[in-house]
Design a protein around this ligand. Structure first.
Ligand code: HEC
Ligand code: HEC
Length: 190
C-alpha cells in the first residue's frame, strides 16, 4: 500500500470505531460518548456533564441537566436570578456562580457539535430565552404524546423536569427512545 492508502484505511477505521459514521435519525441507538471526536464531528445525544463543581451545586435538588440542553443566553439569565429559581433559593457565591456560568455558556446548545443539542437549539426562536428545557419546542414535540398519568400523576416521576426517571441513560447524555423506561409503565414503544 502506498502512504495515502494506509492513511485512508487508518482514518476509516478510526471513524468507524468512534461511532462518527452514523445515520441521521433520532432512533439511532449509538449515542456517541466520546468528547474528543465531538469537537471535530457531529455526535449523537448531548455532551455529558464533566464538571464536578457543576454536579455538586446544580445536581443536588434535581438531575444535573447537560449545558447543551439550553442556549447560552438561557444560562446567563438563569444564573442571574438564582435567588428566585422556580420558587426556590439556589443562590451561589459570586466565584462559584461565575465558574459555573462559564461552564454552562461554553457548552450551550448553539455551540454544540452534538446532534440533540443542535435540534433543541434550532427549535428555539432567536428572540426567545427559555428557562426550562421542557418548554423548548423540540422538547414539547417529543413529549406531547405522554399522558399526564405517566408524569404528573405518576408518584415516581411527578414532573417532566425529572429526565433521569424515564431516560435510563440520561446521565450519559443519551436520550434514545430505546433507553426509555417509564417507572410503573415500562418501556416506551410507539
Ligand atoms: C434548592 C434546589 C435547587 C437547586 C440548588 C437548583 N435547582 Fe434548578 N430547579 C429547582 C426546582 C424546584 C426546579 C423546578 C422543577 C420542576 O418544575 O419540577 C428547577 C428547575 C430547573 C431547570 C428547568 C428544568 C426543566 O423543566 O426543563 C433548570 C434548567 C435548572 N433547574 C437548572 C439549575 C442550575 C443550572 C442550577 C445550579 C446553578 C440549579 N438548577 C440548582 C431547584 C433547584
Ligand atoms: C415521563 C417520562 C419522561 C420524562 C420525565 C422525560 N422524558 Fe424525554 N421522552 C420520553 C418519551 C416517552 C419519549 C419518546 C417520545 C416519542 O418520540 O415517542 C421522550 C423523548 C425524548 C427525546 C427525543 C428522543 C428520540 O429518540 O427522539 C429527548 C431528547 C428527550 N426525551 C429528552 C428529555 C429531557 C432532557 C428530559 C428532562 C428535562 C426528559 N426527556 C424527560 C419520556 C420522558
Amino acid at each position: 500500500m502506498n502512504n495515502k492508502l494506509i492513511l485512508g484505511t487508518v482514518l476509516t477505521s478510526l471513524l468507524a470505531t468512534t461511532g462518527v459514521v452514523m445515520s441521521d435519525d433520532d432512533h439511532n441507538e449509538r449515542e456517541n460518548r466520546s468528547g474528543f471526536f465531538s469537537r471535530f464531528f457531529t455526535a449523537a445525544g448531548v455532551e455529558p456533564v464533566n464538571n464536578q463543581q457543576y454536579k455538586d451545586e446544580c445536581g443536588s435538588c434535581h438531575f444535573a441537566f447537560q449545558p447543551g440542553l439550553l442556549p447560552g443566553r438561557s444560562w446567563v439569565k438563569m444564573m442571574s436570578e438564582l435567588e428566585n429559581h422556580f420558587g426556590e433559593n439556589a443562590e451561589l457565591d459570586a466565584a462559584d456562580n461565575k465558574q459555573i456560568l462559564d461552564y454552562l455558556v461554553a457548552g450551550g446548545s448553539e455551540k454544540s457539535n452534538y446532534r440533540r443539542s443542535q435540534k433543541i437549539n434550532n427549535s428555539i426562536k432567536n428572540s426567545s430565552t427559555p428557562l426550562r428545557i421542557s418548554e423548548t419546542p423540540y422538547f414539547i414535540r417529543k413529549h406531547d404524546e405522554l399522558p399526564a398519568r405517566y408524569v404528573q400523576g405518576n408518584p415516581k416521576v411527578l414532573s417532566l423536569s425529572n429526565c433521569e426517571k424515564c431516560h435510563t441513560t440520561a446521565d450519559e447524555g443519551s436520550y434514545s427512545e430505546s433507553r426509555i423506561n417509564i417507572p410503573g409503565v415500562g418501556r416506551w414503544d410507539d
